[in-house]
Design a protein around this ligand. Structure first.
Ligand code: B1M
Length: 211
């Protein structure tokens, strides 16, 4: 099997040691880090993302694959930064105030990183000001809000209000997601995008950024 294709398969299988040594072999053989990223690591993560959306695999497999992808990413990251391979954009991601659920949010972060975006993960229980501050510092184009509770999803609207009040409202778009969140709710609170799962989140970001 071709090396890059094998990386994709091993990412899907969650075999992080294999991914690491394959990535190292690719680097030794002079394969470009963009190819390793796009045709190996990202290809594997995209494939697992589609299977996850279609209920062919479940959360544990996605987390293990994400870890394997991250292990490979860590090796190429310094070279990527040196080579200044252009990031496709920056997204601030967090779980809103009062909410401690982060498994889904973390998967969304991994998928976005796997798709070539920079992600600033501000964690859980995050107030609106923290999203705004992180967006200012990082120059993010998108803020991603996750919520798993019907009691905390209402806070998303407040975050959008805080963003508008900060003056960043014109430049920074808002994507929302999480089990109780729907497209209708996203429209109601004025979010720019809604994604029901991690693979769709990547599609939404691509649409919002036009890349
Ligand atoms: Co909680 N919990 N929980 N819980 N918990 C739920 C969400 C619940 C549905 C369980 C139930 O009652 N059936 C219920 C919510 C009810 C409701 O509001 N309608 C609930 C409750 C009530 C609570 C507590 C209040 C329980 C209590 O203490 N009495 C409490 C609240 C704590 C708090 O947040 N303040 C609580 C606590 C916890 C734990 C800490 C024990 C733990 C969280 C651990 C952690 O996250 N580190 C936990 C868990 C694990 C769950 C369940 C079992 C699983 C959630 C999960 O990780 N799913 C959940 C029941 C369930 O969903 N079956 C439940 C897997 C994950 C991959 O899916 O998070 O949906 P999900 O993410 C998906 C999509 O939603 C989407 O992509 C992800 C990947 O495809 N997505 C986005 C998510 N964020 C996105 C953002 C995007 C785009 C897409 O763009 C920005």
């Amino acid at each position: 099997m071709e090396l890059l294709q094998e990386i994709a398969v091993r990412v899907e299988e969650g075999r992080q040691n294999d991914v690491k040594s394959l990535v190292e072999t690719c680097i030794e053989r002079g394969i470009s880090v963009s190819d390793i990223l796009n045709d190996g690591l990202v290809a594997g993560m995209s494939s697992i993302g589609v299977k996850f959306r279609e209920n062919e695999v479940f959360v544990p497999e996605v987390l293990v694959a994400a870890r394997a992808m991250k292990a490979g990413l860590e090796i190429i990251k310094p070279i990527l930064l040196r080579e200044k391979v252009q990031s496709r954009g920056t997204i601030v991601m967090g779980t809103v105030l009062g909410d401690l659920h982060d498994i889904g949010k973390n998967i969304v972060c991994y998928m976005l990183q796997g798709a070539g975006y920079d992600v600033v993960d501000i964690g859980i229980d995050a107030p609106g000001e923290k999203f705004v501050e992180a967006a200012k510092e990082s120059g993010a184009q998108i803020i991603g809000l996750s919520s798993l509770l019907t009691t905390t999803m209402v806070y998303m609207k407040e975050v959008i209000g805080t963003l508008r009040a900060s003056g960043l409202g014109d430049r920074v778009k808002v994507m929302v997601g999480g089990a109780p969140v729907t497209q209708a709710f996203a429209d109601e609170i004025g979010a720019h995008g809604y994604a029901s799962d991690a693979a769709s989140a990547v599609d939404v970001v691509r649409r919002l950024l036009g890349n």
